[in-house]
Design a protein around this ligand. Structure first.
Ligand code: S3P
Length: 441
């Protein structure tokens, strides 16, 4: 379970298609939550399909530092000996969240209700990402948080305090904000409600898990309003199997769509409806995608995804639709570059505060690969159909930019060289070897 942070340049040559059957690593969001909730549950949880990406290992390290015994007996398996809601210990030093927004933001919520002081820090990218969206509502709950620019940025120091419930309406639909507030809500007197104003809720893995562990949680208005009450204890998971990450599968889906003669099956992928925007968007673009072997009765439903090469067309994509595919923006840009016609993505200014400014990163990377793309304040316009020439691109240390441009490399005429490609380990260790394994040529 070592955390690697080497940088390397990776070249992805053009490909004659992706063929075969693969599995992708476990879902990143669910893996984080399984560690967090397993650690504060009362008893033993055994996780399979855990994603051993750098981000998730930061969460594991944080809870180990707070006295939770977490064993890793085999690849993708964790045994967590949960210490109960009040059993965490002060960490010996600063909690280092690395590149992981989910670790930093969810821990802000959880630490607010403890009885000790802790500091969270991160890498240069995470230090530049906005934290007021979590520290603001947490302070309203009574949290005592100090940090850079009055708690707008990491590093943040959180002094565990007595909390009270709030009624929070999110201006930005964000699962990290919602989850941070709900985690604090476990410790807050009274009721804590989070309401989202979007048409569909942000990813709802925290709510699903809290309900499964017996927390007094009420989910209303099609998931847009969630209320939690102060909680005495959470039962452990016992055993939990984490499905494959649809955000990781998305790279292979687009890879198969944009290369000729492809036929790929991605097994056991999570298809929680808050995450399947990518399938809807690609289908609208003309993709031949099917969900087979569906297991819809699971708390987190899953299916095998089959994809065949398809002629794609440009589409208009709004922020509402993108909410269910927020992390897929980079690879959607690549699908758009390979599609006939123009794709316009709007209402997506949140993409500017992800692991990189993904609007600018993708506009620059596509331009460097010979694709016509125009950056807009809240999105991008991509003129597809002109072919992807190839070239050298900068990942800017953003795992999803690196992987998206690797997929562009498959569809290019000259191949793409990706600088700083080791960042893929943040969410998808083994990405390049898996890609190599399904290349038909
Ligand atoms: C995540 C929520 C999303 C997503 C991120 C993971 C989560 O972020 O982009 O990769 O696990 O809750 P926001 O909540 O900032 O939209």
């Amino acid at each position: 379970m070592a955390v690697m942070a080497a940088t390397k340049t990776q070249r992805v040559p053009p490909s004659d298609g992706l063929r075969g059957e693969i599995s992708v690593p476990g879902d990143k969001s669910i893996s984080h939550r399984a560690v967090i909730l397993g650690s504060i549950a009362s008893g033993r949880s055994e996780i399979t399909g855990f994603l051993e990406g750098e981000d998730n290992l930061r969460t594991v390290e944080a809870f180990r530092a707070m006295g939770v015994r977490i064993e890793a007996p085999a690849r993708g398996r964790l045994v967590i000996n949960g210490v109960g809601l009040t059993g965490l210990k002060p960490p010996g030093g600063t909690i280092y969240a690395g590149n992981s927004g989910t670790t930093a933001r969810l821990l802000c919520g959880l630490l607010s209700g403890q009885t000790f002081i802790a500091t969270i820090d991160g890498d240069a990218s995470l230090r530049a990402r906005p934290m007021k969206r979590v520290t603001g509502p947490l302070r309203e709950m009574g949290a005592v948080i100090s940090g850079k620019d009055e708690g707008a940025y990491l590093p943040l120091t959180i002094k565990g305090s007595k909390l009270h419930g709030i009624n929070h309406t999110s201006i930005i639909a964000s699962a990290q904000v919602k989850s941070a507030i709900l985690l604090a809500g476990l410790y807050a007197d009274g009721e804590t409600t989070v309401t989202e104003q979007s048409l569909s809720p942000s990813r709802n893995h925290t709510e699903i898990m809290l309900r499964g562990l017996g927390a007094p949680i009420d989910i209303k208005s099609k998931g847009l309003r969630v209320t939690i009450k102060k909680t005495e204890a959470l039962r452990p998971f016992g055993a939990i199997e984490i499905p494959g990450d649809i955000s990781s599968a998305a790279f292979f889906m687009v890879g198969a769509l944009v290369t000729p003669g492809s036929g790929l099956c991605i097994k056991g992928v999570g298809i929680n409806p808050t995450r399947t925007g990518i399938i809807d968007i690609l289908t609208r673009m003309g993709a031949d995608i099917e969900l087979v072997n569906r297991k819809d009765d699971l708390a987190e439903p899953m299916a095998d995804i089959t994809v065949k090469s398809s002629g794609l067309r440009g589409v208009k994509i709004s922020g509402e639709e993108l909410l269910r595919a927020i992390d897929e923006f980079p690879v959607i840009c690549v699908a758009a570059a390979c599609a006939r016609g123009t794709t316009v993505i709007g209402g997506a200014s949140e993409l500017r505060v992800k692991e990189s400014d993904r609007i600018s990163a993708m506009a620059r990377a596509l331009a460097a690969a010979g694709v016509k793309a125009e950056e807009r304040p809240d999105g991008i316009v991509i003129h597809g159909g002109g072919g992807v020439r190839g070239g050298t691109i900068e990942s800017l240390g953003d795992h999803r930019v690196a992987m998206a441009m690797a997929i562009a490399g498959l569809a290019s005429t000259g191949g793409i060289e990706i600088k700083d490609a080791a960042c893929v380990d943040v969410s998808f260790p083994g990405f390049f070897s898996l890609l190599e394994g399904v290349r038909a040529g």
